[in-house]
Ligand binder design. Sequence first.
Ligand SMILES: C[S@@+](CC[C@H](N)C(=O)[O-])C[C@H]1O[C@@H](n2cnc3c(N)ncnc32)[C@H](O)[C@@H]1O
Length: 272
Amino acid sequence: MGYGEKSQTHHIDMNTPSVARMYDALLGGVNNYEVDRTACNDLLRIAPSTQLLARNNRAFLRRVVRILVQDYGIRQFLDHGSGLPTQDNVHEIAQRFHDNCRVAYVDNDPMVHAHGRSTLDENDNTRVIDADMRHTQEVFEATESFFDWKKPIAALFVSVLHCLPDRNDELAPEAMIGRVVNMLPAGSFIVMCQLVSDDPTVRNDVTQLMAQATGNTWGRVRTREEVRAYFGGLRVLEPHLVDVVDWRPDSAPPPPELRATDWVEWGGVARL
Ligand SMILES: C[S@@+](CC[C@H](N)C(=O)[O-])C[C@H]1O[C@@H](n2cnc3c(N)ncnc32)[C@H](O)[C@@H]1O
C-alpha cells in the first residue's frame, strides 16, 4: 500500500479520525465518534471558518446539481467521495427536478457503506460503490451497466480533491481527472472544488494536522493556481473558478465581513 492509500479492510476504526465522519460532525450529523470531534476541534483552532465552509459547500452542491438537471438536462451523476448520507443527498436533489435521474455514489470509507447502503442505495436509480475514486477502471466497471454511456454524465469531485495526496503516478489527482475526462461521453460535465488558502501557514498547518490525524491518508490544502491547473484545457462555465459561495448564488452572496478569510472551497464546473 503506497502513501496516501487507505487500506480497504472495511472495518470501522473508531480510534482514528475519518474524513467522512469529521465532515459529518462539522455538518451537525450523528455518524461520528469522539475521535472525529476532537480532530474537528483541532482543525477549528487553525481554521475557524471550517464549519461555515462545510455548510457553504453543501449549498454549492445543491445548486450545481439542480442547475445541471434543470438547465443542462443532466440525468446521470457520478459522485466521487460522496460522504455519509446527509440532508439532501445528490439523488434526492436531482430526483426532485427529474424522477429518472441516476446517481452512483463512490466512497472508500466503511462508515459510508454501513450507512449508505440503506439510505443511498434506495432504488433502481441509485448505486453505492465501495472503491477508491482513483481506481477509474473499477469505478467504470461498477457503473458500466448502470449508466447510459452514450448520454452525458456529471462527474462530481466536490470537496474531495484535497483528500488526495500529490503523487507522480496514476494515482495523482491530475492523472485521475484526465482519465475521467477521457471516459465521459461528449456533453458531460465535471464539477470540482477543493480547500484552498492564500495563507501558507493555514496550508501547512491544516495539511500537517490532517496527515497526522488520518495516518497520512489525506492530501493537501492547495492554492487557487493548483486547482486552476486541474481544469487545464477544459471549457469552464461562467462564472469560471470561484469561491463556491459565488457560483451562481440563489441570493446575494455574503459581504466581505461574513466571508472566510482563512480558507475557502474553490472551484467550478467544466463542460466536456
Ligand atoms: C469532505 S467529504 C465530501 C463529501 C461530499 N462530496 C460533499 O461535498 O458534501 C470527502 C469524502 O471523500 C471520501 N474520500 C476521500 N478519499 C477518497 C478516495 N480516495 N476514494 C473514495 N472516496 C474518498 C471520504 O471518505 C469522504 O467521504
